[in-house]
Design a protein around this ligand. Sequence first.
Ligand code: PSU
Ligand code: MN
Length: 311
Amino acid sequence: MNQYLDISDEVQAALSAGEPVVALESTIISHGMPWPQNLETARAVEAVIRDAGATPATIAIIDGRLKAGLSPEELETLARKGPAATKASRRDFPRLLAEKGLGATTVAGTMIVASMAGIKIFATGGIGGVHRGAETTWDVSADLVELARTDTAVVCAGAKSILDLAKTLEFLETRGVPVIGYRTSELPAFYTSHSGLVLEERADSPQEIAAMLTAKWAAGLSGGVVVANPIPEQYSLPQGVVNPAIEQSVAEAEKAGIKGKQLTPYLLKRISEITGGESLESNIALVKNNARLAAEIAIAYAQETVEVPEF
Ligand code: PSU
Ligand code: MN
């Protein structure tokens, strides 16, 4: 096992028994939501996964250790630290490990640790992507590159239209990452189930997705998969509320010269402020919805991988 990796007893027991486990990221806790809703949501999402019959493994870097499964105290520490924790993707790991730092893992960072621990299914809110204006800034999330190389299925509500979603899909296509719409043929755009972008892959049951994951990895086709799960109708926000908030945030970020890893957290915070509590409520609802689906996929995947063929 990796000498920097600590798997919690609960997660290790589930993995050893071949039981379903779902990884959860921690940048959403530190940088994606304000205190105290971040801690409440992190706890609630773990509970959703347990209620569905799987084991949650929240992932972070604590005192330089790669953690798969956090104690309630560790979860609270991270939530209280908020943006004082380092937002951690692949390139941020070396210093955090060497200097025993505190890191909140992004989708990219979480995929790395989940994969080391042998966890294949991961739930979050939204993934990073190709930013608007990437043709001049080259701002492409490390999440997309990690999806191209690391064997983890990420269940999300698509991505926010703070990004250029069409370019994001093109990038994923180029890098061989399947994007599977769950009961939809349209890429969901986080707060709304509509982006106007067509998905070629659609699945209507967790078993169908589990079968594709099993086939992909058993065939030696490395890399991740995006499972795009639309926000439940009753929580989706009208485009008239979300779009102006996004436009305003993007314009403010540009004016303020916000770049690099600060850009996404800045946009998330501004959208939340501009829309008041409304977007936060939707955000929490869609993360729980994704956790439930991820647990169902993990259960189906665990059954796939232990099934002995009958003759
Ligand atoms: N998008 C959201 N909520 C989030 C993030 C993105 O709607 O919390 C976080 C995730 O951790 C994601 C990261 O992996 O931001 C992407 O950051 P960047 O765009 O800098 O790669
Ligand atoms: Mn970026």
